[in-house]
Ligand binder design. Structure first.
Ligand SMILES: Nc1nc2c(c(=O)[nH]1)N[C@H]1C(S)=C(S)[C@@H](COP(=O)(O)O)O[C@H]1N2
Ligand SMILES: [Mo]
Length: 199
């Protein structure tokens, strides 16, 4: 039932007049990048938590997440290492479905993952139409190397902001750098502004 009603959202980034950001090249398939080889996370004790500066702290299991209304997002994927992949189909839950209940009260967010990875962004981006918690990719359950069980997708930013194995959203009054941002990647990360590395 849910499947038949699934809304398809074409990411606005696919419709830009300059679809391919500067310095990028189209390739066929995603290249997996991980900070650790230990990425085998099970769904039984999976929990996604929303905490910090929010009105209503919230946590949700994998099974509960699957029951929320789902959408399909079609979006290009731009990696800071100069490759891009066209039209990936992600299926999952729009993050704002959850955030409208959580009600963050601040500007910044640090995203946490099961592998210890973190990445920072602005709270407002998480409310975009095409930002989802994805559990399917191109019609299949998310492969382990691409973020099983759940991955955040933020099409408008470089791929390192799309955290795999995502397990937490920490809302913060002040900006806090994530794993790669601390190691020289750009704080903001807009591919169309060539925001690859901090100056
Ligand atoms: N949890 C987690 N998410 C992550 C990473 C990681 O190491 N751990 N790597 C990031 C980086 S640097 C990139 S370029 C993309 C790569 O996505 P892919 O592995 O699906 O190709 O995932 C991002 N998300
Ligand atoms: Mo990356």
């Amino acid at each position: 039932m849910q499947r038949e009603n699934k809304r398809i959202i074409i990411s606005p980034i696919n419709l830009k007049s300059q679809r391919l950001p500067p310095g990028q090249k189209w390739i066929e398939k995603l290249v997996p990048y991980d900070i650790t080889s230990d990425t085998n996370f099970d769904i039984d004790n999976y929990k996604l938590e929303f905490f910090g500066k929010v009105k209503n702290p919230f946590s949700i299991t994998y099974q509960e997440l699957l029951k929320l209304p789902q959408v399909e997002v079609v979006a290009d994927f731009h990696c800071v290492t100069h490759w891009s992949v066209k039209d990936i189909h992600w299926e999952g839950v729009q993050l704002r479905e959850i955030l409208n209940k959580v009600e963050p009260t601040c500007e910044y967010v640090l995203v946490h993952s099961k592998d210890g990875y973190t990445t920072n962004t602005l709270t407002k981006y998480l409310f975009d139409d095409d930002v989802i918690l994805a559990f399917k990719m191109n019609g299949n359950i998310l492969p382990q190397r691409h973020g099983f069980p759940v991955r955040l997708i933020i099409p408008r930013l470089y791929a390192w902001k799309s955290a795999k194995y995502v397990c937490g959203f920490e809302f913060l009054q002040e900006n806090k750098l994530g794993y790669w941002e601390e190691r020289g990647y750009h704080n903001h990360g807009d591919p169309w502004k060539n925001e690859r590395y901090a100056k």
